[in-house]
Design a binder for this molecule. Structure first.
Ligand code: ADP
Ligand code: MG
Length: 225
């Protein structure tokens, strides 16, 4: 995977977050303040706007870069810069949390021009650990960690078993989706939803739902790479 892969991932994130904006907002309306869809759409749109000049000339109508159209930055820098933008542009808990995840992923990827599946697994693990540290949440607290932690574990295991990238990311995404669904019956112990106590039960966590979308976006890009 090169920088263009990660640029394509960020574009896919922007597309899926926008497509699922209303669902994320509804989930957040049930147990939060109904801004999660708007927060993430604003953040990932800002990343797209910042990335356009590096990716394609203004007169190029191609919505996503061709695999060969690489960015001048190494993958790690592309991902870190996106994380910094999320932190700057998104108010609410999810901006700093996802921003920190991307910055830590980028840091783990370093300056290498190419990323192996093992590098990606290591980077995802670093991103998830950073979210766990910042948010002090663990699996079962009904947060994005309920999707991210199983995704990182599934990717690491698949890569270790020599599973090819697309299948490995499919397993990671499936683990995230299962983790997100499993948040529904839980009582929130972190974030705004925790103020609701038992009234947070019975609704999927919006951040877990969005985390599953972002991991699935990685698989979507790998499938067409
Ligand atoms: P806010 O809660 O400030 O309105 P968002 O609505 O954008 O921010 O994001 C809410 C999501 O953030 C929650 O659904 C949850 O997944 C995640 N979240 C909140 N607090 C934490 C935390 N301490 N650790 C991990 N994730 C958290
Ligand atoms: Mg909210």
């Amino acid at each position: 995977m090169d920088a263009a892969f990660f640029t394509a991932w960020l574009a896919e994130c922007a597309a899926v977050v926008a497509a699922h904006r209303d669902r994320l907002t509804e989930l957040d309306a049930a147990i939060g303040d109904a801004d999660h869809g708007a927060n993430l759409t604003r953040g990932f749109t800002a990343i797209q706007e910042a990335a356009v000049p590096a990716r394609a000339p203004a007169d190029d109508p191609t919505p996503t870069p061709a695999p060969t159209s690489g960015s001048p930055l190494p993958p790690g820098k592309v991902v870190s810069a996106a994380g910094s933008l999320l932190i700057r542009k998104v108010g609410g808990a999810s901006g700093p949390l996802y921003g920190t995840a991307l910055r830590s992923m980028g840091q783990a990827l370093g300056d290498a021009p190419q990323v192996s599946p093992a590098d990606l697994a290591t980077a995802l693990e670093a991103g998830v650990v950073a979210v766990e540290r910042l948010g002090k949440a663990a699996v079962g607290d009904k947060t994005m960690i309920d999707a991210l932690r199983p995704a990182a574990a599934a990717l690491a295991l698949a890569v270790q078993d020599g599973v090819k990238l697309e299948e490995a990311l499919d397993r990671a995404a499936a683990a995230a989706e299962a983790g997100a669904r499993a948040t529904a019956p839980l009582r929130a112990r972190k974030g705004r939803a925790s103020y609701l106590g038992e009234r947070s039960e019975g609704h999927e966590d919006p951040g877990a739902a969005s985390a599953a979308l972002l991991v699935r976006a990685l698989h979507t890009v790998a499938a067409r790479w």
